[in-house]
Design a protein around this ligand. Structure first.
Ligand SMILES: [Mn+2]
Length: 308
């Protein structure tokens, strides 16, 4: 973190880039970091490789000076170039991430797989830089931590997570409002997607898997992004050691999300397809169609559930 702080102190113009299909943590950590840097007198723009869901935008981001050329590109919640889609960092690359990665991408790397979320890391960074944590920053960081800990239920829900969350509440984050926004705000089509996924559930040796096709999304008037969170529902079924949701994405690709209950089966299965993430929450994107690939993914998953 020291090299990163020195780098931030020595420069003025930044861009913050997070991963494609940004989730609570991606949006929360990026927004909070942008607000924090702006309040330290820096010029910042936030770049989303694919649009951030409306639901995750808690307030207006700091006014971006679009013409500015960043000196430093801060990659937050991502260290895999494949997750940047067509976005190319314009400045020197500094990485803040909690995903387990195998690359050494980036000029400065602060990567800690033991952290619950990028939001947790941004909180520590801003605190170490004496940036004031105001209500807006606190709300964004709380949202990110809430998202990546599954509402304080995943194995990454440490004492430190509660301490930071408590700190954020002290700075004005509203737990009830944020949880309500994230958990009690689903469009009806989300449940229709869930029904489809459950109808097709494949259960084999503790692997609970399903898939969604472009055709499904067309019929429901939904997009692949609308299936966010479905894999968590599969993972909540009793007996699901490894849950898998494969869905058709843009341009003849398949996005696959996985959760494992007791073992690193999610990460090991994702790695077999060139992806990664955390031990119990991981994913990958490959060319193809979900319906054709699902059984192959299940077979791979069964291997890791058995050996774990
Ligand atoms: Mn994250």
């Amino acid at each position: 973190m020291k090299a990163l702080i020195e780098c931030i102190q020595a420069h003025r113009r930044f861009e913050i880039i997070t991963h494609a299909w940004p989730d609570e943590d991606a949006v929360g950590s990026s927004t909070a970091l942008a607000l924090g840097l702006a309040r330290l007198g820096k010029t910042v723009r936030v770049v989303y490789p694919t649009a951030a869901p409306e639901m995750l935008i808690l307030g207006a981001p700091p006014k971006a000076e679009s013409a500015h050329t960043p000196e430093i590109s801060l990659l937050v919640d991502v260290s895999d170039q494949g997750m940047l889609k067509e976005v190319r960092p314009a400045g020197m690359v500094a990485i803040i991430d909690h995903h387990r990665t195998v690359t050494d991408y980036g000029d400065i790397r602060w990567v800690e797989p033991g952290r619950s979320s990028a939001s947790e890391m941004v909180f520590e960074l801003l605190t170490a830089m004496d940036a004031a944590i105001d209500e807006e920053i606190a709300a964004n960081l709380y949202m990110g931590i809430f998202g990546d800990t599954g509402g304080f239920t995943h194995a990454n829900t440490s004492l430190r997570v509660f301490e930071i969350a408590g700190n954020l509440v002290r700075h004005g984050a509203d737990p009830h409002a944020i949880a309500g926004r994230l958990k009690r705000n689903k469009p009806l089509r989300w449940y229709r997607i869930l029904c489809l996924a459950l109808d097709r559930l494949i259960i084999q040796d503790g692997v609970y898997a399903s898939y969604l096709t472009t055709h499904d999304f067309d019929i429901l008037g939904a997009t692949t992004q609308d299936a966010s969170g479905i894999v968590e529902e599969l993972a909540s079924l009793a007996g699901a050691e490894l849950s898998i949701l494969a869905r058709d994405g843009d341009g003849a690709t398949v996005r696959c999300s996985m959760r494992s209950r007791h073992s690193p089966a999610a990460r090991l299965t994702a790695e077999a397809f060139g992806g990664g993430g955390h031990d119990r929450a991981a994913g990958f994107t490959v060319p193809g169609r979900a319906a054709q690939l699902i059984q192959k993914i299940v077979e791979e998953g069964k291997r890791w559930v058995k050996t774990a």
